[in-house]
Write a protein that binds this ligand. Sequence first.
Ligand SMILES: C[S@@+](CC[C@H](N)C(=O)[O-])C[C@H]1O[C@@H](n2cnc3c(N)ncnc32)[C@H](O)[C@@H]1O
Length: 199
Amino acid sequence: MSDDKNLSKEWWDNHYTDGHIPWDRQGVSPALYHWLEAGTLTPGRILLPGCGRGHEVVVLTRYGFDVTAVDVAPTAIAFLRQRLREQRLHADVRQVDLLAWEADGTYDAIYDQTSLCAMVPSQWRDYERRLHRWLHSDGRLFILFMQTERPGGPPFHCDLSEMRRLFSQVRWRWSDEPPLEVPHSVGFVEQGCVLGRKN
Ligand SMILES: C[S@@+](CC[C@H](N)C(=O)[O-])C[C@H]1O[C@@H](n2cnc3c(N)ncnc32)[C@H](O)[C@@H]1O
């Protein structure tokens, strides 16, 4: 698959309407519980880009976070809104293209669960700049880098050396701790990293 694949709103939404969403765990990622239970991620204003059906949105809202959740796919957004309504929870849920949207203010944290790997690599630099811009000066990015070890996508392989160049030390603080390994039932592994924003 080439890098210039047109991953349009319709392309993503068709997956949700067809029920072909292999990335959806049907539940909350263990990475989120790990960071919550370790006290690494504490309540504040948080953005979930590419939230999909938003299992993590529900949990974070219950934990007292002020959540903004965005996704380009209308069907995923409708599903999440309905779920929040049923559970009488509130989050700011928006159907937008992340690469054409501007955040209203900044966030204490961003939780990116395989949103980067869903974009074509030629869009990554633009997306990295947006993530940086959307965080408070001392905000943190919680990000799951998908490891596919194969060409093409989505998901596109997020080689960690390449990620260190993309999220450069000039703009981001990398932890000394090894990444959190999070297996996915589709057979891939995600590498979870917590990056602090630098000026
Ligand atoms: C791999 S899925 C991950 C979904 C969710 N985070 C999860 O783990 O189940 C990527 C998500 O990003 C959304 N997406 C892809 N490109 C986007 C864009 N440019 N703007 C907003 N959402 C986008 C897709 O609709 C899809 O829901």
